[in-house]
Design a protein around this ligand. Structure first.
Ligand code: EPZ
Length: 416
């Protein structure tokens, strides 16, 4: 397994370009299952999770052509099963369930199982698919679903779920009649998917609000789709600039997707100015503590919680960080404490007391965003940080060590 070695203390300076959003690319790639013919997807990031979803589609008989952009043809689906060995490496594989039932009338998808940040059940996906008329059985760790034709229904999600909203929105595009999703997730990735589906011929309104209406159609046609920039990658590099006292221009991000993180970073003393097609982010000496509570979009994103905790660890004062989306998303805390952070967990809140300096140390990544936070801590910390289990970070950050090196960081990857 690879390791990332960082020598901390360098101020990041320069310009980077943000890649396409992992969490927008995955559902858009899956949505090609609803069409026959060649779809082209632009701005797809080169990430392990994207390679996994492509492998999964190929296993279903879908043609996938790599090149300057991604081309996908689901004209002849020969298999409707997503196996455990693939699904266990990436929970977002559950996204094939709705489209397969809608297009093929059946699907057999492994239950994802838990992950480091929580149990992450898919009960809401299944309950909603049943409401659309699918017969659902759980057998041998798999979801077996079938429906001759899905029927539109009024659905209310007890919890705002991103992939649940995406799964059901895709399934409902080919249902007979109209579906209304209440308490739908409002993330920008949902709007991106909805506009791609509408380009395919779907009739979706309300994406981006908590009520999405889908009027079922008979079939959908292949399209050219473009993935929006990755707001979590952008937020991570903004925090990197803030914590190293650097001066970084972040190109290609969409600041409208980062309203709350930008407000919080400004409150903490990070200077952020909008530029044509991006943002300029300058760290400052006295980073101030701010309180954070993660919430579904447009609230503070849970995917930036760990990264913000690192900034607060190096701030002046005490910050309370409350994780309200996942039940176990503090796996980075113990590793940060080993780097000199002063953090105490009380229930689903972390009390973070700023320290003068973080210190480099050998640390271990546990999940995608926790590993990004440990890279940030290594950049800011004195001395050397050795991050193991780097495969976690490769799931969601394209060429992270190249992008950081181009900003002057002393960071390299070593193959073990
Ligand atoms: C998506 O995960 C993202 N992944 C996650 O990003 C992100 O952290 C999360 O949304 C929240 O924003 C992708 O888009 C591929 P949820 P998802 O369903 O859809 C509970 C990253 O780092 N829930 O919105 O799986 C669930 O346990 C990843 O890029 C149920 O109880 O998250 C959680 O507490 C990590 N039953 C809450 O809802 C269900 O059926 C929100 O989860 C579904 C969800």
């Amino acid at each position: 397994m690879d390791k990332i070695i960082i020598k901390g203390g360098k101020k990041l300076k320069g310009e980077i370009v943000i890649s396409g959003s992992k969490n927008a690319a995955l559902p858009i790639i899956v949505s090609s299952l609803l069409t026959e013919g060649w779809n082209t997807v632009y701005n797809v990031p080169d990430l392990m999770d994207v390679r996994t979803i492509k492998r999964l589609l190929v296993g279903l008989g879908v043609k996938v052509e790599e090149g300057e952009n991604l081309r996908i043809n689901a004209g002849s689906i020969t298999n409707c099963e997503a196996s455990y060995d693939l699904v266990k490496t990436m929970r977002a594989s559950i996204l094939v369930l709705g489209p397969l039932v809608a297009r093929m009338g059946r699907a057999r998808v492994s239950l994802p199982g838990g992950c480091a940040i929580g149990a992450r059940p898919v009960n809401l996906h299944l309950k909603a698919l049943q409401a659309l008329g699918a017969e659902i059985e759980l057998r041998d760790g798999y979801v077996e679903a079938k429906a001759s034709r899905l029927k539109g229904a009024k659905i209310y999600f007890d919890i705002s779920t991103v992939t649940g909203t995406e799964n059901i929105m895709m399934a409902a595009t080919l249902a007979k009649g109209t579906t209304v999703l209440g308490n739908a997730a409002r993330e920008p990735e949902i709007i991106n998917l909805s506009s791609v589906l509408n380009d395919m011929g779907a009739k979706i309104t309300g994406a981006g609000t908590d009520v999405i209406t889908i009027e079922g159609v008979e079939s959908l046609s292949p399209v050219e789709a473009r993935v929006i920039p990755d707001r979590v990658e952008a937020g991570t590099y903004m925090i990197a600039a803030g914590i190293t006292g650097g001066d970084v221009t972040i190109r290609g991000c969409d600041p409208r997707h980062l309203d709350v993180p930008i407000e919080k970073l400004k409150e903490a003393g990070v200077k952020i100015t909008p530029l044509e097609g991006g943002l300029r982010v300058k760290g400052s000496k006295g980073i101030r503590s701010v309180d954070i509570k993660t919430l579904p979009y447009p609230g503070f994103p849970t995917d930036l919680q760990a990264q913000m905790m690192v900034l607060m660890s190096a701030a002046e004062g005490i910050s309370v960080i409350t994780e309200s989306v996942f039940e176990n998303r503090f796996m980075h805390v113990n590793e940060l404490i080993r780097m000199g952070a002063d953090i105490v967990i009380e229930g689903n809140s972390a009390i973070v007391k700023g320290v003068k300096k973080l210190r480099g140390a050998p640390v271990m990544a546990t999940d995608l965003r926790a590993s990004a936070s440990l890279v940030l801590a290594g950049l800011a910390g004195e001395g050397k940080t050795e991050l193991s289990r780097v495969y976690h970070i490769d799931r969601g950050y394209e060429r992270i060590e190249e992008k950081l090196s181009s900003l002057g960081a002393d960071i390299r990857r070593v193959r073990e």
